[in-house]
Design a binder for this molecule. Structure first.
Ligand SMILES: [Zn+2]
Length: 179
């Protein structure tokens, strides 16, 4: 489904932004978070990929996604449009094993540049399909992680079950102590 393909890309952006905020990027040779791409069904970067370039992409997308999560949509869209005109969005379809894969950038660009382009295009499509609102920031105290709400009801508040449980027991303690 086209939309899930777009959301998979936004999910990579969210994970890149969180990894960057947690100090996991660029990482050393052994602990580079290639899983971010694999977890969402994309090819990981080649071993020789320059992770400093990917870290810059993560910084840009972190700023952008925080604007989206904060509801600063006009500013976010202006940035998305600037990215789109600065980069060559060149959709093309490629046969991959027994399926067809849509790329949003020219085939010969650097991995990081390709993702910067793909993320800008995915966010642009997210806005036009009313999916950008799925990007949120964790409501748990002391956590600022971004998340992508893929649920039907779009009521997600927390980045993880851990933060959800932490907030619930905290609220419980708070109510008890007020009695
Ligand atoms: Zn959290």
């Amino acid at each position: 489904m086209f939309n899930s393909d777009v959301l998979d890309r936004v999910a990579v952006g969210v994970d890149l932004a969180n990894a960057r905020d947690r100090g996991l990027l660029p990482g050393t040779t052994i602990d580079r978070p290639s899983w971010i791409f694999e977890a969402h069904g994309f090819l990981p970067p080649a071993r020789a990929t320059d992770w400093r370039a990917l870290t810059l992409v993560a910084e840009g997308v972190a700023q952008l996604l925080r604007l989206v999560a904060a509801g600063e949509h006009q500013t976010a869209v202006t940035r998305v449009n600037q990215e789109l005109s600065a980069r060559a969005v060149t959709p093309f379809v490629e046969a991959c094993d027994d399926t067809w894969v849509l790329h949003l950038h020219a085939p010969d660009v650097h991995f990081a540049d390709g993702w910067a382009t793909g993320l800008a295009a995915a966010l642009a499509i997210s806005y036009s399909t009313d999916d950008a609102h799925r990007v949120g920031c964790c409501a748990a105290q002391g956590c600022a992680a971004l998340f992508l709400d893929r649920g039907r009801n779009r009521q997600r508040l927390y980045c993880s079950l851990l933060c959800q449980n932490r907030s619930k027991s905290r609220g419980y303690r708070h109510r008890r102590s007020r009695r």
